[in-house]
Design a protein around this ligand. Structure first.
Ligand code: FAD
Length: 586
């Protein structure tokens, strides 16, 4: 039976409205219609009688899939210090990647920090965490990593696709990424493994969380897989302290609640219900989690005492074993400016060095003139340097360096190398007791000679790539690149606070040390066996777990986000199964 015009129009309108509400941009089965309301923390009622089965601290890469999964059976409160990623162009569009990282406002989704090594870095401050500010590349951990950490392979193999079906795509490979693919193969980083999420030696194209329009899907989208009736999400909720019940009679101090402030600075408390399995789960990231444990009284007692923090549990390992995979990059000026791309291709060498690339800087209309995108000097602009070091001399030197750069240095791309599993490690300590401020982090890049050897190997691999026909064709005269020239340009384009040396282009060791930057894969600080047990329960207390990159002693895969999101889902399912057995139904 044909419908009359009125109802047809009504249904068309309804369908349109539903389309508008569906932010999933191309993902067919999964939509965001089920997202729980994202409320500001100030909406939390004072004297709130509600209690929760789980309080998840940090709505990031691990925290979102974890909270969504737990909410399928239990009441969950998710507390995120940042705002919403939805409607923020710097988060949502790939072309604004570097603008987002440059935003130094107090509510910016990216909070800059400088390690004591002098390397400028960033940590997420937004619902969705690192997936809202990262370069989007998606690649799973190796099977040997999964075995080493002792995960149940069957559940891992179900948890990866759970993420992938919702937010991961295959890239339409950009010309610069295709050039790297061919260059890697011609330079012997073989075989070509095609498009794959798997971690396999050779060259491959991985997944991405950007869709074909450059729109970013994030871990926040995964909240739509939860039960909105069980999941309360608060934004701008900065947790200052975990509250413990240390009364006598308890074998161990028990985490029972949290203290947080809202966007107006007002204090609130939230508590677990009194069921014995209820838990607080910290997913505040590799900087935020050790920081919060320290602020809550778990850590080396002398350090806690020096900040007048009452000691709940002495544990000398909190904040120890922090590591950041060093990244060094080579700038390659090209005849014509390549299209913008972040990371799509990777070369996985047997020596534990990964080769990736980025290209095309500042092509958005909102962009900064003369911008280096992923490796940008602006990302490390002077405003991020602590005021004491922001001397007139430093500012003048910076400006002069920039003026002296030939125009062509803004036409081109970077090939970068990352060292897997660095043996150089460091530590994190509090500088003060304000959770909004960065703790002091030291990574000790290249303090272990093996890391330096691998960096040199990586640069030599890039040199081989530059000598291939594929790359010679890209040079201004078609005759290829002089290594001395590209090293020299790379030193000039580099911004960290490490003094440069005159022999940077002669000694690759010196080049590595002087131009080291971050690929933002820092991890550690709450290692298994030292701070948490095999199930990520914090040792020496009850009712408290950690689920995020701080438990890793090595960053998974070529790039970690795939495995961190998977781990959020995996741990959610594990916890449900522990409590409910078969009745968990997941
Ligand atoms: P996060 O995702 O950072 O989550 C922590 C969350 O906790 C944040 O949302 C934070 O705001 C919140 N939080 C912290 N403290 C508190 C508190 N006290 N109270 C309440 N909330 C709190 N990986 C890839 O695989 N591919 C890439 O291309 C890639 N590129 C990157 C580029 C950049 C610029 C960055 C920064 C990272 C990149 N990474 C990439 C790394 C990857 O994104 C991170 O390793 C991963 O997101 C870390 O996840 P996490 O859950 O440990 O922490």
């Amino acid at each position: 039976m044909a419908l009359s015009r009125g109802p047809v129009l009504f249904f068309k309108l309804l369908a349109c409205l539903l389309c508008l509400f569906d932010l999933s941009h191309g993902k067919k089965q999964f939509t965001l219609k089920n997202l729980p309301p994202l409320r500001k923390a100030s909406s939390y009622p004072t004297g709130c009688p509600a209690t929760y089965d789980y309080i998840v601290i940090g709505g990031g890469t691990a925290g979102c899939p974890l909270a969504a999964t737990l909410s399928l059976k239990y009441k969950v409160l998710l507390l995120e210090r940042g705002g919403s990623p939805y409607g923020n162009r710097n988060v949502s569009y790939m072309e604004n990647f570097h603008i987002g990282l440059m935003n130094m406002a107090p509510d910016s989704p990216a909070q800059a920090f400088i390690s004591t090594d002098g390397v400028i870095n960033a940590r997420a401050r937004v619902l969705g965490g690192g997936t809202c500010i990262n370069a989007g590349f998606y690649s799973r951990a190796s099977s040997s990593f999964i075995q080493e950490v002792g995960w149940d392979e069957d559940l891992v193999n179900k948890s990866f696709p759970w993420v992938e079906e919702k937010i991961v795509q295959w890239p339409k490979i950009a010309p610069w990424q295709a050039a790297l693919r061919d260059g890697l193969l011609q330079a012997g980083v073989a075989p070509f493994n095609g498009y794959t999420y798997d971690h396999v030696s050779g060259t491959k194209v991985g997944g991405t969380i950007f869709d074909e329009t450059g729109y970013r899907h994030t871990a926040a989208d995964l909240l739509a897989a939860g039960d909105p009736n069980n999941l309360r999400v608060l934004l701008h909720a900065s947790v200052h302290r975990i509250v413990f019940d240390s009364r006598q009679g308890h074998l161990k101090p028990r985490a029972i609640g949290v203290q947080f402030t809202d966007e107006n600075g007002r204090h609130h408390h939230a508590f677990l219900n009194n069921k014995k399995d209820s838990e607080i789960i910290v997913s505040a990231g590799a900087i935020g989690t050790p920081q919060l444990l320290l602020l809550s009284g778990i850590g080396p007692k002398n350090h806690l005492k020096s900040h007048n923090i009452p000691v709940v549990l002495h544990n000398k390992y909190v904040g120890k074993g922090m590591a950041d995979n060093p990244m060094n990059s080579i700038f390659i000026p090209t005849r014509s400016p390549p299209r913008q791309s972040l990371i799509e291709t990777v070369g996985i060498t047997e020596e534990g060095v990964f080769i990736e690339a980025s290209s095309g800087f500042g092509q958005s209309s909102e962009s900064v003139h003369c911008h280096h995108g992923i490796m940008s000097a602006e990302i490390g602009q002077l405003s991020t340097i602590p005021p004491k070091q922001r001397t007139l001399e430093a500012a003048q030197k910076y400006a002069q360096n920039k003026l002296n750069l030939p125009k062509e240095v803004f036409h081109g791309g970077f090939i970068l190398e990352k060292i897997d599993g660095p043996l150089s490690t460091g530590h994190l300590v509090l500088t003060d007791t304000d959770v909004r401020n960065n703790p002091a982090v030291t990574f000790n890049y290249f303090s272990h000679p093996q890391d330096l050897n691998r960096c040199v190997y990586g640069i030599k691999t890039i040199e081989r790539i530059l000598k291939t026909n594929r790359f010679s064709e890209l040079s201004a005269d078609g005759n290829g690149f002089s290594m001395e020239r590209v090293l020299n340009m790379s030193v000039q384009a580099n911004v960290n606070l490490i003094p440069k040396h005159t022999n940077d282009t002669e000694s690759l060791e010196q080049f590595c040390k002087d131009t080291v930057i971050t690929i933002w894969h820092y991890h550690g600080g709450c290692h298994v066996g030292k701070v948490v047990d095999q199930h990520y329960r914090v040792l020496g207390v009850s009712g408290l777990r950690v689920v995020d990159g701080s438990i890793f002693s090595r960053s998974p895969g070529t790039n970690p986000q795939a495995t961190v999101m998977m781990m959020g889902r995996y741990m959610g399912v594990k916890i449900l199964r522990e409590r409910l057995g078969r009745a968990a139904g997941v």
